[in-house]
Design a protein around this ligand. Structure first.
Ligand SMILES: Cc1cc2nc3c(=O)[nH]c(=O)nc-3n(C[C@H](O)[C@H](O)[C@H](O)COP(=O)(O)O)c2cc1C
Length: 262
């Protein structure tokens, strides 16, 4: 499957099969993809803790929040806690030296001197600031995005779950004070059709992207759209016919509570 096809088919899958176990190797594939994602200064602060429902404790599972669509926590066979290890920034100097050593950063005879006299002190100086929400969370997002595309290529589905308070989860899974959970991702085999009711709505391209000036929308060429439609990156927008019936059948079979909103 081509990358553009995988991207086109990626959508949040909220209905996961609670009875179908996920092969641990498939989770490893996801984590391998996450590990290769970019992080500023190669900081490696993007981390993940995998939770296997069948072997996690009741208390651990009970700590997992989902303020929106909470029924998902009852279905998913696997959860991934995506968190930032802020202490990684304490080793920013080492990571920069590795980059220079690897030939990825810097050139010429002065590169080592410049690294030690300018770049490493700069990262050390702003290290505490860099631990806060911002670039390091973006690194985690990139890692999660790569893992998610890998999951879809492997036939899995996933959905992120947010929370405004992770302290209970951090305690339940023994995460250190230095860590900061950003999101928990539910993972499993979809109960839904692979189209999951169609591609979800987005604001118009021209409203989201600009060229050179805020007032100038990025030009959206029709031939590119046509090619991406042929490659199935752009697909028919939700809801596809039969979506209501599809979800209703799942709701009945798994006795899902309430309206699925909270
Ligand atoms: C950081 C983040 C947190 C999210 N939290 C939740 C959540 O708590 N519950 C939920 O049902 N969906 C959650 N979502 C899924 C979004 O609602 C979903 O991505 C959005 O509606 C677009 O749909 P799509 O992913 O299918 O394209 C979250 C997504 C992200 C990226």
């Amino acid at each position: 499957m081509e990358l553009r096809h995988v991207i086109g088919n990626r959508r949040s899958i909220r209905y996961l099969d609670p009875e179908r176990p996920v092969e641990i190797e498939k989770i490893q594939y996801m984590l391998e993809a996450a590990r290769l994602a970019s992080h500023f200064g190669n900081n490696n602060a993007a981390r993940a803790l995998v939770i296997h429902r069948a072997t996690a404790s009741e208390e651990q599972l009970a700590s997992l929040p989902s303020p929106v669509g909470g029924f998902q926590m009852k279905l998913a066979p696997v959860f991934i806690l995506w968190y930032v290890e802020t202490n990684a920034m304490d080793e920013a100097g080492l990571r920069l030296r590795e980059l220079v050593q690897a030939g990825a950063l810097g050139y010429g005879p002065d590169k080592h001197k410049e690294l030690e006299e300018t770049l490493v002190p700069l990262f050390n100086e702003i290290g505490e600031f860099l631990k806060g929400p911002g670039m390091v969370d973006m690194d985690l997002g990139q890692a999660l995005a790569q893992a998610t595309l890998m999951a879809f290529e492997l036939g899995l589905g996933a959905c992120c779950q947010g929370s405004d308070d992770w302290s209970k989860v951090e305690r339940a899974f023994g995460l250190p004070e230095s860590s900061r959970i950003v999101v928990v991702q539910t993972v499993g085999y979809p109960l839904e059709d692979s189209k999951a009711g169609g591609q979800r709505p987005r604001l118009p391209f021209e409203q989201l992207f600009q060229l050179n000036n805020y007032d100038t929308p990025f030009p959206r060429a029709q031939n590119v759209i046509a090619q991406l439609e042929a490659d199935q990156l752009l697909q028919q927008q939700a809801p596809l016919p039969g979506r209501e019936e599809e979800i209703e059948a799942i709701r009945e079979k798994y006795d899902l509570p309430g309206s699925g909103m909270v």
